[in-house]
Design a protein around this ligand. Structure first.
Ligand code: G6P
Length: 362
């Protein structure tokens, strides 16, 4: 049928979409670049960001996890306070808003009902909204004041991969554009850095055998799994755990390394798989300490680090990229490991049970 043709030589859409990520990064660079090689973004969006005293990011699922990274990017680069919220909570449990809020809706499909419910309320209150979506003309795009497109191409697999990295890339571009609008001097060219990311992603896409081995060794028979990290790595761990849950049905948790000792470490037994991310220089020592703590309690540990921070025994060393953009490359092994774990467990990778690609009911 038609879907087989689109899959090409790939056994699953998910694997195809993981592999498309370097191309998506390059596509985003082209779409957000003018003739002079500078950033190209809507003047209205720049003005809205400049005008905002606080940004509220609203999203669900994987898009929410991209929003957490986006919060860090906008705060660090553009110096605007940002809150990231789960749409289904925000709508019934709204925090006190700032004087001049700007709402950013992140949604691959642009059709998620939970997010739309917030947008309806935000408009009723008279606030401005920007939608970041992969589907131009979608409901969330039409109903918001502004739209930024992801240019990731159709995402078919229920588990989101290339939309997540596209969302983070576009959020980085938005953050830099906003910083420039506010006259902040930056030593960070997002288009150049995204080109480096695309190359790094390609390197990782060529390491499928190692990812398959890790999946087989750590996740083929286990009942549960933990992903630990600190700072930006923590956000990626949340996404890694969600990916694994969605397609392999392994009970997985993403955890902040330092928070483990406050409860969750009680779950570590002999052989519990713990996958740790170590891409953040300022917390490298402390996450290494957390790995030792869980290993001492019997955990079976796998460390994924970044070039320059690696230690002997690390299973994957990611190519070095700009510290702002590490989630774009650190998530890739996580996506592949989840994919192979699901294969080993005979799960329906592209259409996991109980899930829908786009949830249009609240
Ligand atoms: C569904 C999908 C998730 C997705 C979430 C948000 O639950 O299964 O993969 O992250 O919706 O979707 P959106 O289209 O709003 O990004």
């Amino acid at each position: 049928d038609a879907s087989d043709i689109e899959k090409g030589t790939y056994p699953h859409f998910m694997l195809k979409e993981i592999d498309e990520q370097p191309f998506v990064m390059r596509n985003i660079i082209n779409q957000y670049q003018n003739e002079n090689g500078d950033l190209k973004l809507d003047d209205d969006i720049r003005a809205a960001m400049k005008d905002a005293d606080r940004v509220y990011i609203i999203a669900c699922g994987t898009s929410y996890h991209a929003g957490l990274v986006g919060k860090q990017l906008i705060e660090n680069i553009a110096n605007i306070p940002v809150e990231a919220h789960i749409a289904s909570e925000f709508v019934y449990n709204m925090p006190l808003l700032s004087q001049k809020p700007l709402f950013i809706f992140i949604s691959q499909s642009g059709e998620t009902a939970d997010s739309r419910a917030v947008l309806v309320e935000v408009k009723r209150l008279g606030h401005k909204a920007l939608t970041i979506t992969n589907v131009p003309g979608s409901t969330l795009s039409r109903e918001a004041n502004y739209t930024l497109n992801l240019y990731a191409g159709p995402e078919i697999a229920v588990a989101s991969t290339k939309a997540y990295t596209a969302q983070i890339a576009v959020l980085a571009i938005l953050a830099v554009d906003s910083a420039r609008a506010k006259g902040i001097e930056l030593d960070f060219n997002p288009l150049q850095e995204l080109a480096i990311v695309a190359n790094a992603m390609e390197v990782l896409c060529d390491q499928k055998e190692e990812m398959e081995k890790i999946a087989r060794e750590f996740l083929a028979v286990t009942r549960n799994a933990f992903f630990i990290g600190r700072a930006a790595d923590f956000y990626v761990c949340l996404e890694a755990a969600l990916k694994l849950k969605e397609i392999s049905y392994i009970q997985a948790e993403g955890f902040a390394g330092g928070e483990l000792k406050h409860g969750t470490i009680a779950l570590i037994e002999d052989g519990t798989p713990v996958i740790a991310l170590a891409t953040q220089e300022h917390v490298n020592l402390s996450i290494r300490g957390n790995v030792k703590e869980v290993a001492a309690r019997g955990a079976y540990t796998c460390v994924i680090s970044m070039d320059g921070l690696q230690e002997e025994g690390d299973r994957v060393v990611l190519p070095k990229i700009h510290p702002y953009l590490t989630p774009l490359v650190s998530v890739l092994p996580m996506q592949l490991i989840s994919y192979y774990a699901a294969l080993h467990r005979d799960c329906d990778v592209d259409k996991p049970r109980n899930l829908a690609k786009s949830v249009t009911v609240e």
